[in-house]
Design a protein around this ligand. Structure first.
Ligand SMILES: C[C@H](O)[C@@H](O)[C@@H](O)C(=O)COP(=O)(O)O
Ligand SMILES: [Zn+2]
Length: 216
């Protein structure tokens, strides 16, 4: 895909993220792996105002185009691409239920077999660090090796996948799981979890299940 087409796709993903209720205001950011770096949304710009020209190229050394300012979270986007060679798209948001679970500093455990969309048996919550810092990027780098979706304590969600459509799908699935988890926690009842063996069986089945969401 050309840079122009990828940039349009990034903006459409941002708009769809808002339409799905996964984000508010200028929170969140989206990137795709591109050449020797990535294309990423600019910092602090409402998604509706973005044009293809607003999208910023940042190389693997963190050097970006003159006259443009990339997302304040470019460090953790690069960290994901370094940690996961299987992932080409990264979405970050402040989805309501993901953020709520992250404020409790909790992982989302195996409450439902769809947890396996993360590629493992839980959605980890990585420690808190100030947004935009190398400390946060370091926590993200460790967490994302374990799972394609992670919660950032007192902040939100990161979802990484092979393409933007899949990353958006993953972010949506995790928000639903987070909503169920918050509702379960509110019952004050013990929460039964699927066993390791249950989750291993689902993870195995997912390897051949029709989860292929190709680029539109
Ligand atoms: C303060 C920022 O909103 C921060 O939360 C960041 O993580 C975010 O979600 C959006 O920042 P950018 O507009 O710089 O991408
Ligand atoms: Zn954020």
């Amino acid at each position: 895909m050309t840079r122009q087409a990828l940039s349009r796709k990034i903006i459409n993903t941002c708009l769809e993220m808002t339409r799905l209720g996964l984000n508010q205001g200028t929170a969140g950011n989206v990137s795709v792996r591109y050449k020797e770096g990535m294309l990423i949304t600019p910092t602090g710009m409402p998604y509706e105002l973005m044009t293809e020209e607003s999208i910023v190229y940042v190389d693997n050394n963190g050097v970006y185009e003159k006259g443009k300012l990339p997302s304040s979270e470019w460090l953790f986007h690069l960290a994901v691409y370094q940690a996961r060679l299987d992932c080409n798209a990264v979405i970050h948001n402040h989805a309501k239920h993901c953020a709520a679970v992250s404020i409790l500093e909790k992982d989302i455990p195996a409450i439902h077999y769809m947890i396996a969309v993360s590629g493992t048996d839980h959605i980890p919550c990585v420690p808190y660090a100030t947004f935009g810092t190398s400390q946060l990027a370091q926590y993200v780098k460790e967490g994302i090796k374990e799972s394609k979706a992670i919660l950032l304590s007192h902040h939100g969600l990161i979802a990484a996948e092979t393409n933007l459509d899949k990353a958006l799908w993953l972010a949506h699935e995790v928000e639903i799981l987070a909503e169920w988890y918050m509702k379960l926690l509110a019952t004050n009842q013990p929460i039964p979890l699927l066993s390791k063996a249950n989750m291993v069986a689902v993870l195995e089945k997912f390897k051949s299940y029709g989860l292929r969401i190709e680029e539109k």
